[in-house]
Design a protein around this ligand. Structure first.
Ligand code: ATR
Length: 283
């Protein structure tokens, strides 16, 4: 049987095995999908060993996405642009290809699942780490009126914006004073500490959209911030998680699973008590 896995550290919380098992059942594809606790000292060896043995593909999550991109023999344009990969594919000639499905997962969730049009909108991305890097290119491709990336440490946002050659404006959080956005995406790690980046109270237009790349068993701190500041829609990253998984599944198997039933399954499981750890990140 073809084998796949998600590798990260920590990994016990990962919902990817449940998502891919549901995709396999739905599509009739025969595969096994496990989880691997990545070792920071030997990540490259772990990934290569899995992919040169029974493994046909890997999903990669925090903190190994940059290293996964670097270890591959070839990269998709979107992985190259992000400098990070969440999907590794063993090619027929046994070389390893890196791809990044996070951005397309986000855009599909916003556009197709929630009817949020990015074209012509003023969009703000919070954070300048790996999570932010993975989504800027795909957001730009949707032709927003303006795309701003703001970070606690301004220099990192400026550097990231410069890499994208003028299409994105970078600034520190304090630069947001007096600015207004139709869509604000949280790609920071602030939620892990139950925090929200320090934002001007009026930077979201009334009825605007907030999107937290994280998800949790309860609503995340940023989703709550959105609801308290007039958001028309306040979304967490569970839909993105399922969409990026579907794109990985498609890259590996050539079959596109339906995502809505799987997202609904995860949401209903989450409503039941004692569902494990609090918050996680899109994988
Ligand atoms: P990831 O790969 O998940 O993006 P990362 O590269 O460690 O993780 O980046 C974390 C991001 O969250 C950074 O943009 C960080 O801001 P700094 O560059 O200033 O460190 C941001 N972040 C973490 N905690 C935050 C907080 N409490 N408020 C605002 N931003 C925070």
């Amino acid at each position: 049987m073809d084998r796949y896995a998600v590798i990260g550290n920590p990994i016990a919380h990962s919902k990817s095995p449940a998502i891919h098992a549901a995709f396999a059942t739905q599509t009739g594809e025969r595969l096994e999908y496990g989880r691997i606790l990545g070792d920071p000292a030997t990540f490259e060896i772990q990934a290569r060993t899995f992919l040169s043995g029974p493994g046909r593909g890997l999903n990669v999550t925090v903190p190994f996405k940059e290293r996964a991109c670097a270890l591959a023999d070839e990269r998709s344009v979107r992985a190259e642009a992000a400098g990070a990969a969440n999907t590794l594919i063993r090619l027929p000639d046994d070389r390893i290809r890196a791809d990044n499905t996070d951005g397309v997962g986000l855009v599909r969730d916003l556009r197709d699942n929630h009817g949020v049009d990015i074209a012509g909108r003023r969009v703000l991305v919070l954070g300048a780490g790996g999570a932010a890097r993975g989504i800027l290119g795909p957001l730009l491709a949707e032709a927003p009126e303006r795309l701003v990336v703001a970070n606690r440490t301004a220099a990192k946002a400026l550097e990231l914006a410069a890499r994208l050659g003028g299409a994105v404006e970078g600034m520190g959080l304090e630069g947001l004073e007096g600015r207004r956005f139709d869509l604000i995406l949280n790609a920071t790690a602030a939620g892990l500490a139950g925090e929200v980046p320090r934002l001007p109270a009026d930077c979201l237009v009334s009825g605007g959209v907030v999107y937290d790349l994280m998800y949790g068993d309860r609503s995340t701190a940023f989703v709550r911030w959105g609801l308290e500041h007039g958001a028309g829609q306040a979304l967490d990253g569970l839909g993105m998680l399922v969409e990026q998984a579907a794109e990985s599944f498609f890259l590996w198997r050539g079959v596109r699973p339906r995502t809505a039933p799987v997202t609904a399954l995860l949401r209903s499981a989450r409503k039941r008590p004692a569902q494990g750890p609090g918050e996680g990140e899109g994988e």
